[in-house]
Design a protein around this ligand. Structure first.
Ligand code: ZN
Length: 324
């Protein structure tokens, strides 16, 4: 044979973001520029599940990048019911789902409730490490030898999910008040747009833990993909969607040769950049919630020794992510 056979990937995984399901009529985003398809988002999740279950190489796991149900559920006292509905759909296949937490998780549930909930995929997974502080929802897992995934908590420092009487809440309030003088803290300030209540950041404890995980991965020459709800590269999203201390997280990522990719959701519009200093791929996934019912928003990623190949469905763009 003079032709190379098609290479089989080492493993594949599915990724989906911002489902924001609610059993309510369509609505609009805050600026009323984009339609939100609250009910249809469940059908788009079904489409993703069907594609993954019928694929030739079954995904080893699914990454759910946060905002799985919409904050409106809280107003309708339907948080548990909506969560049941989406999790029932996700459990229709036996593939492990890794859940990231976004702002809408905290609109529906307190941090302590989430830690005990089915959205804590650290509980039923096989994480190979987590921060010492039990209130930080972060962990690492290795789905295949030589590959590590690190799930980060982008609302570790935030007004969301923390008790108003807590030291963490007071610290987060001090951070946001330094930049945002608006009466409504969901309204972005004129500069440093990201300092809003629907965003958050990473504590020093979490950054130190990530740094140690990545040092160990560097030594073992592993390939690391980091996932969270909030984007951290200014060229990979709108400035209003960035994590509060994105620059501190970027500095940690840039100081480790093992990092190959960072994935986030939250922005609803897909975006991408390759970090000029390190060649790390920063991917922001299109959100299901603002995707019309006749389209789709999910991806299947095939991992090879030297690259990841992202196959996008619907409005998600295909991408070849070469490792540096
Ligand atoms: Zn979000």
């Amino acid at each position: 044979m003079d032709r190379c056979p098609l290479q089989t990937p080492l493993f594949t995984f599915g990724v989906i973001a911002d489902i924001q399901y609610a059993d309510i009529d369509d609505g609009y985003n805050y600026t009323r520029t984009r339609r939100r398809y609250y009910r249809s988002s469940l059908q788009l999740l079904k489409n993703a599940q069907k594609s993954w279950s019928e694929s030739a190489v079954k995904p080893r796991f699914i990454l759910q990048l946060g905002d799985i149900i919409d904050g409106f559920n809280k107003m309708h006292d339907a948080s548990e019911q909506a969560l049941d509905t989406v999790l029932r759909e996700l459990s229709s296949s036996p593939v492990k789902v890794h859940h990231v937490w976004g702002n809408h998780e905290f609109y529906n549930f307190s941090r302590s409730a989430l830690l005990r909930s089915r959205l804590n995929s650290r509980l039923d997974g096989s994480p190979s490490g987590a921060p010492e502080r039990a209130d930080i929802y972060a962990y690492q897992f290795s789905p295949f030898p030589g590959f590590t995934f690190v799930l980060l908590d982008a609302y570790d420092v935030s007004l969301l999910g923390r008790e108003e009487s807590s030291e963490e809440y007071r610290n987060a309030m001090a951070v946001i008040k330094l930049h945002n003088n608006n009466e409504d803290l969901n309204c972005p300030p004129e500069s440093e747009h990201r300092f809003t209540m629907f965003n958050g950041g990473f504590s020093k404890d979490q950054l130190d833990w990530l740094d140690s995980v990545l040092s160990s991965a560097d030594e073992k020459q592993e390939r690391v993909t980091v996932i969270s709800h909030l984007p951290v590269h200014p060229e990979s999203t709108d400035s209003v969607c960035l994590a509060w201390n994105f620059n501190e997280l970027l500095a940690v990522l840039r100081s480790h040769s093992s990092v190959v990719c960072y994935m986030a959701g939250h922005a609803h519009d897909g975006d991408y950049c390759r970090d000029k200093d390190t060649g790390v791929h920063h991917l922001t996934l299109d959100g299901v919630i603002e995707t019309p019912p006749d389209s789709d928003a999910f991806a299947t990623v095939s991992v090879y020794a030297d690259r990841m190949v992202l196959e996008g469905f619907g409005r998600v763009t295909d991408r070849l992510l070469m490792f540096s």
